[in-house]
Design a protein around this ligand. Structure first.
Ligand code: PGA
Length: 226
């Protein structure tokens, strides 16, 4: 049976109190036996509290950051580097379309971030919205089992209108033809009602969930249904 990934992307949401309340609502004890890989990508500011909650509850949930500096440590005001992230998380989202658009991230910057992640033993969760973006990824991504790719069509992100499972599966297959045998997730308006349609497709290994992951009960249902 294939390994399924259920990844929450909280984006720029949740204070410490809100993160604690979310965690308390999630029923983490019931999730301990799940064979799905559950990853929460939170703002940097709440990674420390989530890390201690996970340890205290003996939970197998993993953590991810949502960005990484393209540089090593040093004089880069405002940046958080891979070595720092590694203390708190095992994963990091790279190349999300919101960063490509709102922060003008180029393929070169994205590849530098992927390199920093790999150098620091972090798994980059790389978002692409087209085959061109998949083709522009650094060669280090090829057949690399330390990498996850997410296919996220622009029209589906935050719109409430997901891609069709058939089209998403076809895109995942085409991406695998470019990058080799690595896990490919689908992202864009995933909910507890539609996750299974995607995760059961032969080339899709799970999902990246934005808005619907902000509600703990809904996220719990997404994990169950994946
Ligand atoms: P959405 O976001 O689930 O709110 O559509 C997905 C994403 O941008 O990662």
């Amino acid at each position: 049976m294939k390994r399924k990934f259920v990844v929450a992307n909280w984006k720029s949401n949740k204070t410490e109190v809100e993160a604690k309340n979310w965690f308390a609502e999630l029923k983490v004890e019931d999730l301990r036996l799940t064979n799905k890989e559950v990853i929460i990508c939170s703002p940097f500011t709440v990674l420390p509290i989530l890390k201690s909650l996970i340890i205290n509850h003996n939970s197998n949930i993993k953590l991810g950051a949502q960005d990484i500096s393209p540089f090593d440590e040093g004089a880069y005001t405002g940046e958080v580097n891979g070595k720092e992230i590694r203390e708190l998380a095992q994963f990091v989202i790279v190349g999300h379309s919101e960063r490509r658009k709102n922060f003008s991230e180029s393929n070169d910057v994205i590849n530098a971030k992927i390199n920093e992640a790999l150098k620091n033993q972090l798994t980059p969760i790389i978002c692409v919205s087209s085959l061109e973006q998949a083709k522009a990824l650094d060669n280090k991504v090829q057949n690399n089992t330390q990498v996850i790719i997410v296919y996220e069509p622009l029209f589906a992100i935050g719109s409430g209108i997901p891609d069709t499972p058939e089209n998403a599966d076809q895109m995942a297959k085409s991406i695998k033809n470019i990058v080799g045998e690595i896990p490919i997730l689908y992202g864009g308006s995933v909910t507890s009602a539609n996750i299974n349609e995607f995760s059961k497709m032969p080339n899709i290994d799970g999902a990246l969930i934005g808005k619907a992951s902000l509600d703990a009960k809904e996220f719990y249902a997404i994990i169950q249904n994946a």
